[in-house]
Write a protein that binds this ligand. Sequence first.
Ligand code: NAD
Length: 315
Amino acid sequence: ARRNVLITGCSSGIGLAIAVKMAKDEQKRFKVFATMRNLAKKKPLEEAAGHRLGKTLEIKQLDVCDEQSIKTCVNSIPDRRIDVLVSNAGMGLIGPIECQSIEEMKTVMDTNFFGLVRLLKEILPDMKRRKSGHIVIISSVMGVQGILFNDVYAASKFAVEGFCESLAIQALKFKLQLSLIEPGPVVTEFERKVFEDGMKMDLSAADEETAEMFTNIYLKNYKQIFQSLGQSAEDVAEHTVKIILAENPPFRHQTNTLYTPMTTLKYADPNGDLPIDIFYKMVFQHDKIFSASLNFIKLLRWRSRKSFDLGKPSQ
Ligand code: NAD
């Protein structure tokens, strides 16, 4: 039978790419409910979906920060049946915390973390009753490891990961599957918007050294990081669909093999100092270490490719 898939944040980027890929499945295994906060932004999705629109893909309104909109959306789906939930909607925030308001930070937590919680409060009880369902969350490598000037964003993704680790144990009892997708840098609207906001940021509340660090080190390297390590939204979508089709989907899946050596550092040192030390050296000691690391990471890509072979997806 066709599986009903609800995806959030489909007006752009990864959400749009996943929605289109699943709607175009040759075996027509999915009925996609592609949702977005603002239906006025549906044009790019409509165009990408083409003749699948109204057949294997339907567009619906859903704001992850609004419980009522979630309820209305779920109630409009036949039997409220959602077999696969893809929690994708999210937002970024970069910069020194001195220059960010608590309100801005709360919006990030409200979208990235409570957005997921709201969805599950509405959808999980039905999945438990049916004893079937797959919850797929677009997390981030920053849900595993923090990065300079991404303090609040990383905190929001850590919150997601902690929440899911706890929930996964219960989910197992109900035969539900839970998968965290952890992309590294992805070239989307997200990256462009975060960078633009960073460039426009009022840095007057920060001391000179911090402001300089943000502008001349972080922002200066930002584009280069996306250029050298960045994946496309379609690439992340391909990984995500493989996980959805896998017979035994893993709890965590990183989509970018170039990034894996960085997150591996975390597990290599129980004291936690190793990744912090390496990041420090990469950022502050010299750019040469940084580019050498990128080359090293590229080399490792070849070696680690095998571990990312998910095998044949189940039919
Ligand atoms: P994007 O900005 O193109 O997509 C995010 C989508 O979420 C947008 O369509 C936006 O409108 C939507 N959204 C924001 N607030 C919402 C709300 N309240 N209700 C419903 N929708 C809302 O960026 P993207 O890169 O495709 O991001 C998708 C997910 O991937 C996010 O969770 C993000 O944290 C994660 N991610 C992105 C990157 C990256 O580098 N771009 C890396 C790792 C993880």
